[in-house]
Design a protein around this ligand. Structure first.
Ligand code: 13P
Length: 248
């Protein structure tokens, strides 16, 4: 046990230079619980700017990257580039990447493997659609998505955080109930106990994502298998501070 609470902010394709600077000012004022790890996922074009103005207690993450270090991949960025500007994290496999950009489990796994090879830490996202949940396939989907990561991660789970984000809860205002989220987190941990290297099931941090707000964060944070959040919309607002501090 002893999993450190970790709250990620995923800004997605939002913000401009002014707004980005305002958010950093708000986070600097905080105060942010020093026992919580905070990682903000920034649009690639603002990564270096944010890295330069963010205080040391906030990690800056890319929201995606490609699966090799360099080459003819127009429009992509590599983990080597993310590292080069001083950032240590990347979010991979977000449901928007999977659905809008058609990223399959195999590609997500290749990206995760290369990001870890390059020394980045990874927030790896998984989660079922509404259709899959209603068909009773939540566990099947979440286990399948995680299974693809097993060989990619190998023994490097200390550098991976899983983010369970039910697609039906993302940006919809429809949060999974604490019980719904806890149930999936607990069954994922159980699955990991027989499918991942020894100890991983207990040590890996599993974030919940999907319409997390200051109003629902405390109740979700109290669930034993929820080790943090990946926050979209609310990470652009001052209430992100309260979400970071939800375990206080
Ligand atoms: P919302 O918090 O806006 O629902 O987004 C969740 C998310 O996708 C974080 O990665």
């Amino acid at each position: 046990m002893g999993r450190k609470f970790i709250v990620g902010g995923n800004w997605k394709m939002n913000g401009d230079k002014k707004q980005v600077a305002d958010i950093i000012e708000t986070l600097k004022k905080g105060p942010l619980d020093p026992n919580v790890e905070v990682v903000i996922g920034v649009p690639a074009i603002y990564l270096e700017y944010v890295k330069n103005i963010a205080p040391a207690n906030i990690e800056v993450s890319a929201q995606n990257c490609w699966k090799v270090a360099k080459g003819a991949f127009t429009g992509e960025i590599s983990p080597a580039m993310i590292k080069d500007i001083g950032c240590n994290w990347v979010i991979l496999g977000h449901s928007e990447r999977r659905t809008i950009f058609k990223e399959q489990d195999e590609l997500v796994a290749e990206k995760v493997a290369h990001a870890l090879d390059s020394g980045l830490k990874v927030i790896a996202c998984i989660g079922e659609t509404l259709e899959e949940r209603e068909a009773g396939k939540t566990e099947e989907v979440v286990f399948r998505q995680t299974k693809a990561l097993i060989p990619a991660v190998g023994d490097r789970w200390a550098n991976v955080v899983l983010a369970y984000e039910p697609v039906w809860a993302i940006g919809t205002g429809k949060t999974a109930s604490p019980q719904q989220a806890q149930d999936v987190h607990a069954s994922l941990r159980k699955w990991l106990s027989s499918n991942a290297p020894a100890g991983v099931a207990d040590s890996v941090r599993i974030q919940y994502g999907g319409s997390v707000t200051a109003a629902n964060a405390k109740e979700l944070a109290a669930c034993p298998d929820i080790d943090g959040f990946l926050v979209g919309g609310a990470s652009l607002k001052p209430e992100f501070v309260d979400i970071v501090n939800a375990t206080q």
